[in-house]
Design a protein around this ligand. Structure first.
Ligand code: KIV
Length: 293
């Protein structure tokens, strides 16, 4: 009999830091990839607003809506049995007022089914984090390069190198921990600053472009799987070249369709067969990709 694995919780993540075990986090946007990442052992899956760029084709994450994150959260949660699923609060879903942010985080938890939410920014959101946590909504912080502030920052740039940058990041991280965040993403900051932040906090830090001194790492799954051959920032390690693999597979399929090599007789149905087998639709004929077993 197949047993259901224990779901990773915010307490599991804290214990991992205490035991010195690194946390592996990836972004996920649909049930099929979520199932693959979950079965591979990823601890945390982030339904990131990066979906605006890698799924929707925008240049920034700004156009992503709350409804879109909730929709992708539902798909990702359906694909997982073990991973902790984080729903990303999109641009302007939490900045205008604490009340609106509470309502919107509630929508991600209730309608998206995620297990916690993430929001970008430091001390400025301390009051909001306190309110969310008091309401039972676990919050992951995100400091350093915060892509929703793309226009304010003047682009996707490494943060914290300016005079006072290190202290500001440390203050922000401490303020988020004090407010009740269970973890903080550190994006695109010098490795030594990330190491100092990690050492000064009791909650786990998850780095992306922040060196090896964090308690865990996160990458945009499409980047680490090599879906886009033209995109390879320094902090991304490509573990596959799926873009090339997909193009080769699709090229072979197109050639087979054009020459008539696909489908074969074995991939087709015949009247004689229909007489011997039930006429109702056989679910085994259809893909079950993405379904929880
Ligand atoms: O939206 C996202 O994918 C993120 C990660 C890069 C941390 O915020």
């Amino acid at each position: 009999m197949q047993t259901t694995p224990r779901r990773v919780t915010i307490q599991t993540l804290r214990q991992k830091k205490e035991k010195g075990e690194r946390i592996a986090m990836l972004t996920a946007y649909d049930a099929t990839f979520a199932r693959l990442f979950d079965e591979s052992g990823a601890d945390v899956l982030l339904v990131g607003d990066s979906l605006g760029m890698v799924v929707q084709g925008h240049d920034t994450t700004l156009p992503v809506t709350l409804e879109e994150i909730a929709y992708h959260c539902r798909a990702v949660v359906r694909g997982t049995r073990r991973a902790h699923v984080v729903g990303d609060m999109p641009f302007m879903s939490y900045q205008a007022s604490i009340e609106q942010a509470m309502t919107n985080a509630g929508i991600l938890m209730k309608e998206g089914g995620c297990h916690s939410v993430k929001l970008e920014g430091g001390a400025v959101h301390a009051e909001l984090v306190k309110r969310l946590v008091a309401a039972g909504i676990p919050v992951m912080g995100h400091i350093g390069l915060t892509p929703q502030s793309y226009h304010q920052l003047g682009g996707f740039k490494v943060q914290g190198r300016d005079p006072g940058g290190r202290e500001r990041l440390l203050d922000d991280a401490r303020a988020l921990e004090e407010a009740g965040c269970y973890s903080i993403v550190l994006e695109a900051i010098p490795a030594d600053i990330a190491r100092d932040i990690t050492a000064s906090l009791s909650i786990p830090t998850i780095g992306i472009g922040a060196g090896t001194g964090c308690d865990g790492q996160v990458l945009v799954s499409y980047d680490m799987l090599g879906m886009d051959e033209t995109f390879k920032p320094r902090f991304v390690r490509r573990y596959a070249t799926l873009g090339q693999t997909i193009k080769a597979a699709v090229g072979s399929y197109i050639a087979d369709v054009q020459t008539g090599a696909f489908p074969s007789d074995a991939e087709s149905f015949s009247i004689a067969e229909n007489k011997a087998t039930p006429t109702s639709i056989d679910p085994a004929l259809y893909s079950t990709a993405g379904k929880k077993k």
